[in-house]
Design a protein around this ligand. Structure first.
Ligand code: BGC
Length: 846
């Protein structure tokens, strides 16, 4: 209440309002001389010690309060799919699913809903959206981010942020920058040239700052060109605060600071969740001896105060009782997100839409069928109030007269470990060292089934390494699956008959891992698993099973009895989430499950859950229908039912290229580190002790050729291209109009018609790509520079105009360090994917 009580004039200027004792949504007001004067007057009331205190978080998720100047502590919450830090919430189709909607209007609506959810929980800062580029399909947090394309990300993040902030909640874009893999994220350096950064990895952040005026940015864990993001002068001072003029707060990711003085001097304003480094012990002497300027500290505090004043955070309760904690309106938004994002990739023989009247028995099979899988894992994971699984969504849609047969279809990892019949048990040797030396304690057990899902644990102070040795005899010939899983923090390697077949290095964490073994009847294989637990205890599982036997007998039976089978395959929060990358192959056993279901019933529909592309080659030609759900939020099951039975026309479009194989992706040759280029970093371990880490250098040798840029430039074709998605209707593009010439730098209008020539209403995403064939600079063959989502009734036509600004034709000139247009010929392509662009026009820029 400080400002409203103490400075009546300022409160009028800022629009502080308490309506009948109830807070009203309050969008931030623009900076003004009044705000500046008030911020400086508050700053002048603080001692240096108090100012430094304001640079670190408290209680895991608040900023530091300063009651002497009436400054409250600000409450924060994640973010990407729901306001998740303070109990159950609405879980939306966020991140990559939002990108698959290609709908700016929906992005705004989602932002507003998240803003309201935040206000209903008194949250001042929403720790989202995540804006990193999906460089590789295996990136562990792709599901939280948007797409592989900087233009699409920017086009959606602006309305999303505006929506959040219009509710009086500061959005926080993250993770700035280059967090394109989760592998060893504290120690991995994205080694990338400036042009690639400016054209691919930074534009979404630039749009957030320069267009949406986002009030907070979060630095990532990783290093960029050998320097941690939180102390990276180029990223923070040159680009963010310099070129883009960012006026808000630059906070660290949680425990992403490695050097207090370097972070203070290189743009970081707030260390979260606590001041491990930017604290009085480090900064007071540094200010005293001139290593950090007092004005640098002032600048950070002023940023915090300005944000407070812009929002009036001290003058009104952030909790807004006008917003519901559980909201039916939110459920509608969550459903809309799922309906708009689910993408139909294959529909052979027009099996879909299904006629509900013709379905008497439906089999719903698979690990992702029940319970619901609204989102991926890690800090973004929201506990939804009442998530609708595919099983319940479809069954409820069909009603009481339809017979529903459900089976998970596969055992879980622990079952496989427990049921593996090792010859003579498993020998366990626990060594008093980290390198399997010294006298071990030995024992025999029947199975290795200690795998637990937690990713994180305290560091074990006692050196230990554990070796499991076992033999397995195949009783019949065929394909077996060897499974191994540990916590993402652990290190292990598995040898089969002396040859290493699976390995996980510390912090790599793809769980569980599997390896097919072709065995003949009676063959015995010797398995050795060397395991280095990170924390006390063991979180390790090892199993071996005959693959066809993994598919349960009831699933096979149900598939043969049903009119139609839905197999819910893909990932889940345990195996796709923060802190580790995921595999490109489907989780173990699922290829066999889908193959078995398709073998039992030709009407087999596969749904995929996951943050992007995955390997579908083993069975794609055996199934008529493939639907990508991404992570569909809590209403996913309802949305799938509506799409399967034609109540809603599928309208999602791939926001990422769907590669045929992991090796096909342009970034694959650069994963992960470049050996021999390691450097050493001095840092603090989780237990507070200093440690040296080896930095992995991840070379961005694919440069601009990310996703469809690579495919269209090489002239090769992925499995499903960026922008692709089927519908139950057909759209025609016609009448492209573009000026033959225009001046460089002028806005160029491009127009065309889109007609629904099919029989049902639907939505199309018209996509505009620009090519620069006369450029001397290397440029991708085409780049997305405009799009529009259009809803059309059968027979209806809409005339669409897209305006291309100077940036649509520019590239980053690395010599002059600026955006540049090379005059000459450009080609405009319009269509419904990066590969299908029936309309073309040449345009010359003078
Ligand atoms: C994540 C951030 C998140 C923060 C707070 C970190 O582990 O990387 O995205 O906002 O935790 O939950």
């Amino acid at each position: 209440m400080r400002i409203c009580m103490n400075t009546g004039m300022l409160s009028a200027l800022l629009g502080c309002a308490l309506v009948g004792g109830m807070a009203a949504a309050q969008a931030p007001v623009p900076d003004s001389p009044a705000i500046e004067a008030e911020a400086r007057s508050l700053l002048n009331k603080l001692t240096l010690e108090q100012k430094v205190q304001l640079l670190g978080g408290v209680e895991s998720i608040y900023t530091h309060a300063m009651p002497t100047i009436g400054l409250p502590g600000f409450k924060m919450s994640d973010a990407s799919v729901g306001v998740d830090a303070w109990g159950p919430t609405t879980a939306y189709a966020g991140g990559v699913a939002l990108a698959a909607t290609w709908d700016r209007v929906f992005a705004r609506k989602l932002g507003e809903s998240l803003g309201k959810d935040a206000r209903a929980r008194g949250v001042n800062f929403l720790l989202g959206p995540g804006l990193n580029i999906a460089r590789s399909p295996t990136g562990g947090r792709n599901f939280e981010y948007l797409s592989e394309d900087p233009y699409l990300n920017g086009a959606l993040d602006v309305p999303y942020i505006e929506g959040v902030q219009s509710e009086g909640v500061a959005a926080t874009v993250k993770h700035y920058a280059l967090n394109n893999e989760e592998f060893d994220r504290h120690n991995a350096s994205a080694d990338v040239d400036e042009r690639t950064m400016r054209e691919i990895y930074l534009p979404a952040f630039e749009a957030a700052v320069t267009k949406a005026h986002v009030d907070a940015v979060m630095n990532s864990y990783n290093l960029v060109n050998g320097v941690h993001a939180t102390q990276n002068e180029f990223l923070n001072l040159k680009v963010l605060k310099g070129d883009w003029g960012f006026k808000g707060i630059l906070m660290s990711d949680w425990d992403a600071v490695y050097d207090g003085v370097a972070a203070a001097n290189n743009g970081l304003d707030l260390e979260m969740p606590s001041p491990l480094f930017m604290n009085q012990k480090t900064l007071l002497p540094a200010v005293k001896d001139g290593r950090v300027k007092a004005l640098t500290i002032d600048d950070k505090v002023l940023r915090l105060l300005r944000v407070e004043l812009r929002y009036g955070f001290a003058d009104r309760p952030q909790f807004d009782p006008a917003d519901s904690t559980y909201s039916v309106a939110d459920r509608v938004v969550a459903l809309q997100g799922a309906l708009e994002s689910i993408t139909l990739l294959k529909n052979e023989g027009h099996l879909l839409p299904l006629d509900p009247a013709k379905i008497k028995t439906i089999a719903i099979i698979g690990p992702d069928a029940w319970p619901a899988v609204p989102g991926g894992g890690g800090s973004s994971q929201a506990t939804a109030f009442d998530p609708v699984s595919l099983l319940t969504g479809i069954a409820n849609f069909l009603g009481p007269d339809v017979h529903v047969l459900y089976s998970r279809g596969l055992p879980d990892m622990t079952n496989v470990c427990r049921n593996t019949s090792w010859e003579n048990g498993v020998q366990v040797e626990t060594f008093p060292s980290r390198d399997f030396t010294g006298k071990p304690e030995t024992g025999i057990r029947q199975d290795v089934s200690d795998w637990r899902q937690e990713q994180w644990g305290p560091m074990d102070k006692n050196p230990r390494s554990i070796r499991y040795t076992a033999a397995f005899k195949a009783d019949k010939a065929g394909k077996y699956l060897l499974l191994a899983a540990a916590s993402g923090e652990d290190t292990f390697r598995i040898l089969v008959d002396g040859k290493q077949v699976i390995a996980q290095i510390h912090a790599e964490g793809q769980v569980p891992r599997s390896m097919p073994l072709d065995l003949v009847a009676g063959q015995t294989v010797n398995i050795v698993a060397d395991y280095l637990p990170y924390s006390p205890g063991a979180r390790f599982g090892l199993g071996l099973a005959y693959e066809p036997d993994l598919v349960s007998a009831d699933a096979r039976k149900f598939a043969s009895l049903a009119d139609v089978v839905v197999v819910a395959a893909g990932f889940n929060p345990v195996i796709e989430g923060e802190g580790h990358d995921r595999t490109f192959t489907l989780p173990w056993g699922q290829d066999a499950l889908i193959g078995a279901m398709a073998g039992a019933n030709p009407s087999t529909i596969v749904t995929l859950t996951g943050g992007g592309g995955m390997n579908v080659e083993p069975w794609l030609d055996k199934v008529p229908v493939l639907l990508h759900l991404y992570y569909p939020g809590q209403e996913g099951g309802r949305a799938v039912a509506q799409i399967l039975f034609g109540k809603h026309d599928p309208e999602g479009k791939l926001p990422v290229t769907f590669d045929r194989s992991w090796e096909d992706s342009a970034s694959a040759p650069y994963y992960y580190g470049v050996s021999g280029a390691d450097t050493t970093l001095h840092a603090i371990a989780d237990n507070g002790e200093p440690v040296d880490y080896t930095i992995e250098h991840i070379k961005y040798g694919d440069k601009l050729m990310v996703g469809y840029r690579y495919w269209t430039t090489t002239g090769k074709h992925p499995l499903f291209p960026f922008g692709f998605g089927l519908s139950y209707t057909t759209f025609r593009f016609a009448n492209l109009q573009a000026p033959a010439t225009a001046s460089s730098g002028a806005t160029v209008p491009i127009s065309f018609d889109v007609t629904n020539i099919g029989k049902v209403s639907g939505a199309e995403v018209a996509q505009l790509y620009v090519s620069d064939p006369s450029a001397k600079a290397t440029r991708p063959e085409r780049e997305l520079k405009g799009f529009e989502k259009i809803r059309l009734a059968p027979g209806e036509t809409k005339h669409v105009t897209l305006n291309l600004d100077a940036r649509a034709f520019s590239y980053w000139d690395s010599t002059d360090h600026k955006w540049t247009i090379e005059p000459g010929k450009f080609v405009i392509h319009v269509g419904d994917s990066s590969e299908n662009t029936p309309l073309h026009a040449d345009l010359t820029l003078n």
